[in-house]
Design a protein around this ligand. Sequence first.
Ligand code: GLU
Length: 444
Amino acid sequence: MAKIRTRFAPSPTGALHIGGLRTALYAYAMAKHSSGDFILRIEDTDKKREVPGSKEKIKELLTLEGLKWDEYYEQSKRVEEGIYKKAAEKLVAEEHAFYCQHKGRNAKEEGYSKELRDSCRDLGLKEGAIKLKVSDGEKISFTDFVLGKEVSWDTSTVADTTLLKSDGFPTYHLAVVVDDTDMNVTHVLRGHDWMPSTPVHLLVYKYLGYKVPEIGHLTDILDPEGGKLSKRKGSTSLDGLLSEGYLPEAILNFVMLLGWAPKDNREQFSLAEFVKTFDPSGFQKSNPIFNKEKLDWFSGEYIRRTQNSNLKSQIWEFLGKKYPAELIEQTIPLVKERMKKLSDYWSMAGFFFEEKRPDMALFGSDYKKHLTSAHEALLRIDTWNKASIDDALMNEVKDNLFNTGDFFMDLRVAITGGKFTPPINDSIVILGKEETLSRIKKII
Ligand code: GLU
């Protein structure tokens, strides 16, 4: 069997979204599972829609996720080689395409029966854009390897589609066929929204006499609130999720299961494990839902598996490299169990770095008594450690017949500014005597 070659072919027109990452991941896994090649091809022939920097960003993000490509191409550079023009001219010469210059005429005026047919097609023009001359009433089909079924069209429903623009740039339809052929791509994987383009491609393959690769369209990812996941609603871009504090490995693992399932119920895979297990028969036919709670769960799992020293570096970077790394490392054990994203660290442990003024409504009615007593007890401690702090505070509670829960809650609010924080005595040990006393004093 020929070596498997797949490609990810993004247009550099904006951020890399979850759907794009999924296509790239599956194409990568499909190739790598059988030691094949994974190609990254930037489809940048529509210069008007290109967003500066997005090509670099796509490469940076794929690299971050470990999706290493074996070959890299940019279509705009290949335009200069003349390969697309040559293919389009061949189609014209063989009467499968025609030149067209639209000067306000359209199919209706020309008396054509179908608007899908272009009014230029029989004019015999010698220059202009090149359009595909689609036959009528022919059945064209292929077997989708993701959906596992034949998909077919009547060519009467396919429009005469532009292949080469008058500036010599190919449209997506021509470039994709020429490139997938030229690059020996064996399996084309793309999102479901590209399905309507496929009959055009099938005709171009046929008329150019090229072999059609295996083609598969991935399911649509659905929004939990209904409908297709939209780029406009919330963050579904990889960049957006990373800035929310999700770990790259967790996002990738989450994406693995958005349209593919293993034979057992296993859920956690590293990229290498995924590649090893990957089998195209695991592609799902029903549309997956983008379930953020599931992503939270994955991310929490990955955080707990990350070594503290490594997690420290990630948090340090996430917080803009401005807080002491040692203090981050010291405090990680207090919050790691409850963290789901890197951003959770700051909401739970930010008080170690910056004093947070508590909302006075959070204190109980006896807070002054509690804090005064805690202050005195802590002030007397010579050796600042967990045992001495536990002892001093517990004795204070007993001697004054305080309510234990209320006493420690007031102390917690005074020190941390909130009610939901790491264990208070452990926090006080790390915060140090001076800072602890000063925070209590301010409240009293
Ligand atoms: N350039 C298209 C995109 O942006 C590629 C579609 C395909 O893979 O054929 O998704």
